[in-house]
Design a protein around this ligand. Sequence first.
Ligand SMILES: NC(=O)C1=CN([C@@H]2O[C@H](COP(=O)(O)OP(=O)(O)OC[C@H]3O[C@@H](n4cnc5c(N)ncnc54)[C@H](OP(=O)(O)O)[C@@H]3O)[C@@H](O)[C@H]2O)C=CC1
Ligand SMILES: CC(=O)C(=O)O
Ligand SMILES: [Mg+2]
Length: 552
Amino acid sequence: MAHDLNSRLTYPNTPSNINYLYDPALNKGTAFTREERDALGLWGLLPPGINTMSEQVLRAMGNYRRKTSDLEKYIFLAALQDRNQTLYYRVLADYLEEMMPIIYTPTVGLACQEYVHIFRRPKGIFVSSRNKGKFSRILKNWPNKDVRVIVITDGERILGLGDLGVAGMGIPVGKLSLYTACAGIHPSWCLPVTIDVGTNNVKLQNDPLYFGMRHDRIRGEAYDSLIEEFIMAVQDNFHHTLIQFEDFGNINAFRLLGRYRNRVCTFNDDIQGTASVALAGMYAAMRMIGGKLVDQKILFLGAGEAGTGIGDLIVKAMMDEGLSQEEARERCWFTDSKGLIVKSRQKLAAHKVPYAHEFEYQADFLDAVKALKPTAVVGVSGQAKAFSQPVLEEMARCNERPLVFALSNPTANAECTALEAYAWTDGRAVFASGSPFEPVNLRGVTYEPGQGNNAYIFPGVGLGVIASRAKHVTDEMFMTASRVLAGEVSQEDFERGSIYPPLVKIREVSIKIAAAVAEVAFDQGLAGVPRPDDLRDFIQSHVYEPNYQSYV
Ligand SMILES: NC(=O)C1=CN([C@@H]2O[C@H](COP(=O)(O)OP(=O)(O)OC[C@H]3O[C@@H](n4cnc5c(N)ncnc54)[C@H](OP(=O)(O)O)[C@@H]3O)[C@@H](O)[C@H]2O)C=CC1
Ligand SMILES: CC(=O)C(=O)O
Ligand SMILES: [Mg+2]
């Protein structure tokens, strides 16, 4: 008997009637039609009335808005995704602006911090040090065989929140929701992965509810061999799968990008996606206030993945505009936790070395601003409030329109708020932030700053790469994405104070980015399919719309 029960519980090749209700990819809930209820044997398992999807959206939104905290809203949406995937993506598509701060930064950060306490059902694949040698077999446990994009984290640098171990899984899950919501990548093509190599977060290790590996982080060769095993397991199991590295610590991120970028189809979102969205912001800012990229002097607070990633792409973009590499690097300055990066500093990490200029060392950021008089400050340090009133006042003193990008996430880690950026620069700052801020009203003027977040980039780049079956992801693709994104910012956006298009346009923008990225793949000889006559139609043919399929 027990055997019979177990075999019934095993997922059959042909879904049984109950699978149509309990498999989120199949479920339509009260929207199953009469004909489907007849054909699938669903009468009696549902209330007799039949709802349209619009009615279901209305119900979902009512329930969502009744939740009194953002974390509760997150849990509601996660449960909806587990229950009825199509409806989940429909409400995201219809209410993206309202839901983005819940499924993504800032609330996803809180959800990761609370992950082991709010956990209901697993999403994605977990591989750990315990499974060494078995990664390929584990990937075979994933029910979808046609996986086109993986977002993987090892949980070491989750937003600006540090090491969250296996609880970092909320990030790949959230990023892949955006792949579908913002670029229409089919949900069944998406696989979130956490590689659990331990955690150095003592609080988590001591939390009785923690369900990750309770040892310190594996480092060195042992770590590298786990990553290598995973990359090879992906090649064994799937074909043409894009692997996005997300929120790895920089102790590993740069090395892994260097090792894999020309071997498989991969990119690091924090290094390259962030670079692309920041460069787009710079291009758009130049359109907004006039001026040339090559005339900017940019001072970064933070010289890690995001910071030097942005620096490296801006250098490439300045070289495109005629500067030598050396001249371009001289326009980018960095401070890290030890102060201004200058030639005299000893033992700099490799990613910082190109930006160690001959200059007097400054320990303090304000002193660095005073000494260098930058046209732009870019915050990618995870340090809340580091763009203090004196810093912003100094920027406003030296610049008619200072560029102030507070890109650190989540909101509580932003280098300054939107209100601070405008208030301390007499409303003259060109401001963007990694996490969203409410519109600011200052002396009768309303500012609606844009979100300088890689979410504007990775879905479109991913779609272009997937559709063209590109072998590798190149810097030219990210630069192209920056140009397309900047070109989508309208005069109306500038007038409300934004250097990014509104989120309601993100799907349309992502599709344009995808077409341009695919074009680069064809031009660079990296595409794995023949060049289509109409790239736009070709991309569109890969786009999933969250509508119910008919089962009869
Ligand atoms: N808006 C967006 O799209 C994105 C935003 N981010 C955000 O950027 C932040 C950093 O991410 P990432 O670059 O990957 O992280 P890293 O850990 O790679 O880099 C952080 C950098 O900040 C520096 N830093 C730390 N404390 C201070 C301080 N007190 N003063 C000056 N610098 C300091 C570190 O210095 P040191 O080198 O000395 O340790 C390091 O250079 C995070 O908050 C993340 O959420 C990241 C990716 C995308
Ligand atoms: C947005 C993002 O990727 C980060 O903050 O890490
Ligand atoms: Mg990230």
